[in-house]
Design a protein around this ligand. Sequence first.
Ligand SMILES: C=C(O[C@@H]1C=C(C(=O)O)C=C[C@H]1O)C(=O)O
Length: 174
Amino acid sequence: AVAAPAGPAGPARAHGTLRPLVELAAQRVLVADEVAAAKWGTDSPIDDPAREREVLDAVARQAEELGADPAATTRIFRDQIEASKVVQRGLYHRWDADPSQAPTERPDLGRIRLEINRINGELVRAIADSAAVREGPSCVGRLTAGTVAVVHGRHLDVLHTVALGRSLPSVCER
Ligand SMILES: C=C(O[C@@H]1C=C(C(=O)O)C=C[C@H]1O)C(=O)O
């Protein structure tokens, strides 16, 4: 083990929680329901590489501005994007199988993306704030604890629990 620096950037934060990060990842997989409803029955594809590029460029820039790690931030956001598509594909599958469950109103994708941008900004900060925990030996345990707390706290169903899991594998990678 490497000696941690003293002060708030060191041991104090290394014992912190990953719950805020997981909470924001959960907000992102929940908002994917609205994304799916916005795209359902339109020409807008679930996979939108141009929008993904925009998101990844923006979060890398925000991480740099915070003096945080743009590579780790980008890696974690690639998983956030995959997780959103897990939800969207899952809902499409459900709605194809049983059209009576399909949305009857179409929210505006542009408005939803503004909400996603807001979550993204908070998530970039949570990633930056959790650097010491993420790089520490207890990361996986803390990530598991945070995930269990959020799944229960938000009463996530199976689809959103699976998607939340898909959003987190990069968090403890170094
Ligand atoms: C959420 C969307 O769907 C997909 C997931 C994205 C994301 O998680 O940021 C971005 C583009 C799409 O590939 C969207 O189109 O906005």
